[in-house]
Ligand binder design. Structure first.
Ligand SMILES: Nc1nc2c(ncn2[C@@H]2O[C@H](COP(=O)(O)OP(=O)(O)OP(=O)(O)O)[C@@H](O)[C@H]2O)c(=O)[nH]1
Ligand SMILES: [Mg+2]
Length: 451
């Protein structure tokens, strides 16, 4: 059951055992309820889906389902010997409690978001990921704790409906924990920002992969990456990982992974990020801000889409992704339609046409089979902010040659002309590198007549 345990779980992560059997439930206001995604989520969390129960009707404030359907749910759970009910609908605390009363003893009730948080809890390996997951859990819990407090107050009935002790201090605990986590994440973000600056100054373009979970971002990263062992470079470390995992599961990537990609005359660092999920609640997106910053602060975003999905689904995902990204990102976005190995030409053409307003010039690829990856590289190169042309005249001093060699490492050097006592270097580079080269050149003082 959804309870105060959400917070405790980060310290002592509950692992769903392989034998956990779940009944998936979903209510829709109208139309046939689609349970594909919630089933995928359930399996990603490690549940075996015993059966699915759906209902089309307005929400029941006490039980989510209508009363008869809720009773049927209890019988089905009993019959299937299930230990968990997974609702695709968001459940309020009273609905969760009432359902718990109706179901056989010991059966847990999760809604879509506690299920997502459960997966996150299982996958969070790095400190940043763990903090973000805990933040998301607390943000989910806070309004529920507030509702409980105000109801308990109104009813003047501590322990209202058995929902636990009326406890205002719980609310305070959550709030202060949220602010401590925020502080720590702010620190991490500053460090990351500094690292991004360093990487730019080293001449790298920063490219981020964004998109919904399971779109193929990690698979694409592995395709684009040219080098596995970049660790010897001191400016690049920590999240540079050779193993960007990918599985047919949701949220395989929670932290970021960065790999180097050679784009001919440009060198890019490509970062994989956490995937989005449909019905993105604001608190969930916000909680993963530190990880998503890689996308928000990139020079270019590759928005990866699974082209095997329906046009309506792709359209919805594109709109939401653009909204999330545009809120803080000015970098160009290139839409990548992935998994073309899985659709025929006619279907691809039809979908491209249907999506042309949202994704006017998509790049189509198969990350898995490697089709058209060269075209994508070409497109990335073209979409990156242009390099700045620079001519630098430097006096010949003991340190001049080290600046020239630094330029060879960090810029595209077009010509070097040696005069009697100076050197002219013509090059193209990222603005940050040009700026740095100017200050390096200014620091070179000619031997005698410097005054
Ligand atoms: N047919 C096909 N399958 C693909 C392709 N690219 C990725 N996949 C499969 O799609 C699934 C998800 O791929 P990932 O690379 O893990 O997706 P992701 O976007 O990183 O997912 P999250 O980390 O969960 O956000 C895996 O089973 C991949 O093998 C492709 O081009 N064609
Ligand atoms: Mg991934």
């Amino acid at each position: 059951m959804v309870k105060e345990g959400l917070l405790a779980r980060t310290e002592e992560t509950t692992r769903v055992s392989a034998t956990d059997r779940a009944v998936v439930a979903k209510r829709a206001d109208a139309g046939e309820p689609d349970t594909e995604e919630i089933e995928h989520l359930a399996r990603s969390a490690g549940y075996e889906v015993a059966t699915v129960l759906t209902q089309t009707r307005p929400e029941d404030s006490a039980l989510e389902f209508g009363e008869g359907k809720a009773e049927e749910l209890a019988r089905v759970v009993e019959r299937e010997d299930a230990d968990t009910v997974l609702f695709d609908n968001e459940l309020g605390p009273y609905q969760t409690y009432n359902l718990g009363q109706l179901l056989p003893e010991g059966v847990e009730v999760h809604d879509r978001f506690t299920l997502i948080l459960e997966i996150f809890g299982q996958r969070a390996e790095t400190r940043t990921a763990q903090l973000q997951v805990e933040l998301a859990e607390l943000r989910y819990e806070l309004p529920r704790a507030e509702a409980k407090t105000s109801l308990a107050k109104r009813e003047e009935h501590p322990g209202f409906m058995g929902l636990g002790e009326y406890d205002e201090s719980r609310e305070q605990d959550i709030k202060s924990r949220i602010s401590r986590i925020r502080d720590e994440l702010d620190q991490i973000e500053q460090t990351e920002q500094h690292r991004r600056e360093q990487r730019r100054e080293s001449g790298f373009d920063l490219v981020a992969l964004a998109g919904y979970t399971n779109a193929g971002k990690s698979t694409l990263l592995r395709r684009l990456a040219t080098e596995l062992d970049v660790d010897e470079n001191e400016a690049l470390h920590d999240d540079l990982d050779a193993t960007a995992k990918s599985e047919d599961q949701l949220f395989t990537t929670l932290g970021t992974t960065t790999r180097r990609a050679d784009l001919g005359d440009r060198e890019a660092l490509i970062t994989d990020t956490v995937g989005f999920i449909s019905n993105l609640p604001h608190w969930l997106v916000e909680s993963f801000k530190s990880t998503l910053d890689a996308a928000y602060r990139a020079d270019l975003v590759l928005l990866v889409v699974d082209v095997t999905e329906s046009v309506e689904s792709i359209r919805e995902k594109l709109v939401t992704s653009h909204d999330v990204l545009h809120e803080r990102n000015e970098a160009p976005i290139v839409t990548v339609l992935n998994k073309i190995d899985d659709v025929d030409e006619e279907e691809l053409a039809r979908k491209r046409e249907a999506l042309s307003a949202l994704a006017p010039h998509p790049v189509v690829v198969s990350a898995k089979e490697g089709q058209r990856v060269e075209a994508l590289r070409e497109r990335i190169r073209a979409a990156l902010p242009p390099l700045e042309e620079e001519r630098l005249v430097m006096p010949m001093t003991d340190d001049t040659m080290s600046v020239v060699s630094w330029l060879h490492d960090n810029a595209r050097v077009e010509d070097v002309t040696y005069g009697d006592d100076d050197v002219l270097v013509e090059f193209a580079a990222r603005p940050a590198v040009v700026e740095q080269s100017r200050s390096k050149a200014a620091g070179l003082s000619p031997p005698a007549e410097s005054a």
